[in-house]
Design a protein around this ligand. Structure first.
Ligand code: SAH
Length: 367
């Protein structure tokens, strides 16, 4: 028994947030507004504010009757994400935002500005249950799934930031915390809202949305049948099952050949090239023979419909692993390419602010 039982009572209960406008279908929005005494057309009007102007507060929606703005806010626009901290790096090109969710859970998203495009890296879960040993998020386990609106609102917040700069958010990558395909239905719903034109969504091109997965083969096949043409990224990290069982533990359920079969199905159904993620780890997965085998397996599974992204390992605090030396990395890339598979090295924006792969929110949790 705790000496301070009241502390237990004060701690917010971990769980899904209150319902938000972005959690609801069109019909559900109309019903919810009807209950508040508002006519049907208000649903589209509010959606235009949210998706078209990136406004999340009905009090600023001046074409709503003043008396009803607070009612709409209370019923349909709970605050989902409260900024705790914002950090910039890369001379202001990269912005990392730490958010607190309604139950105290922490979450991060990272906005990266490049010439001609701006990419937001978003989270699909708080924490992650996939336990990849080189990933900081994987060490803490899964807190919970994010709601649809918690995913969508990360995009809205970044789109608002870009609009304020006179620019536009153009790309979304599900490469923040969590395994998107383990929160499948909500992620697909969010992808639709991210890509549909206003007033149904933010109108970001499907091709510019990348869903990155550890390789949940059945869900990759489901995603292939959704009629979406977003980009699939598969975190392979090694072409052989023996090492992959360790680096990506879910490989014990879906082995490399099953994952690549599912990736081929995705490419067949969508006509999209599949991205393969490969975190290069010194003396772990950076051998010549692994580069050759990777190139061969990918070429035979996917032909020319594949591209390898090598990510220099971003060592997590206390990790025994490190990135490969530059010469090793160059040789690895050369060998994969020699098998006829395009292979490039991912640039590492945000590294010095712990905004790089697998580090999101880990610092704060540790404190
Ligand atoms: N669960 C999804 C999204 C995770 S983050 C997935 O596994 O694909 C996106 C990418 O960053 C994944 O390829 C992941 O393996 C990689 N990553 C995680 N930690 C990393 C680290 N410390 N260094 C380099 N890449 C890392």
């Amino acid at each position: 028994m705790s000496d301070f039982p009241q502390i237990q009572l004060l701690a917010p209960k971990r769980g899904m947030p209150p319902k938000h406008f972005a959690d609801l279908s069109k019909d559900e929005r109309i019903d919810a507004l009807k209950e508040l005494g508002l006519p049907k057309f208000r649903a589209d009007q509010i959606a235009r504010h949210y998706y078209g102007k990136f406004e999340a507060d009905p009090l600023t929606m001046t074409d709503l009757p003043e008396a009803q703005r607070q009612t709409v806010k209370d019923a349909l626009f709970p605050t989902l994400l409260t900024p705790v901290r914002t950090v910039e790096t890369d001379e202001g090109d990269t912005t990392k935002t730490l958010w607190r969710l309604h139950d105290g859970t922490l979450l991060e998203s990272v906005l990266m500005r490049y010439p001609g495009r701006a990419t937001l890296c978003i989270s699909s879960q708080a924490g992650c249950g996939m336990a990849c040993p080189f990933c900081a998020t994987g060490q803490g386990g899964l807190d919970r799934n994010l709601s649809v609106a918690e995913i969508v609102d990360q995009v809205r917040a970044a789109a608002a930031m870009m609009a304020a700069e006179g620019s536009r958010l153009s790309n979304i990558v599900f490469m923040g915390m969590g395994e998107p395909l383990a929160n499948y239905k909500r992620v697909v719903n969010a992808v639709r809202q991210i890509t549909q034109p206003s007033p149904d969504g933010f109108g970001i091109s499907q091709r510019n949305v990348t869903v990155s997965t550890v390789g949940l083969a059945p869900q990759i096949r489901m995603l292939a049948d959704e009629g979406l043409s977003c980009t699939l990224a598969v975190s392979l990290h090694t072409p052989d099952d023996e090492l992959r069982d360790e680096l990506v533990p879910v490989n014990n359920r879906f082995e490399v050949s099953e994952v690549l079969d599912a990736a081929r199905y995705y490419a067949d159904q969508t006509g999209r090239r599949v991205s393969i993620e490969y975190a290069l780890i010194r003396d772990m997965n950076d051998h010549d023979w692994r580069a050759d085998l990777l190139g061969k397996k990918l070429h035979s599974a996917l032909g020319s419909r594949v591209h390898v992204n090598v990510i220099p390992l971003n060592p997590t605090p206390g990790s025994k692993w490190d990135a490969s030396p530059k010469a090793r990395q160059d040789e690895f890339v050369r060998r994969v390419a020699a098998q006829g598979v395009p292979c490039t090295v991912r640039d590492t924006k945000g590294q010095e602010i712990a905004a790089a792969c697998g580090q999101l929110a880990a610092d704060e949790d540790a404190s």
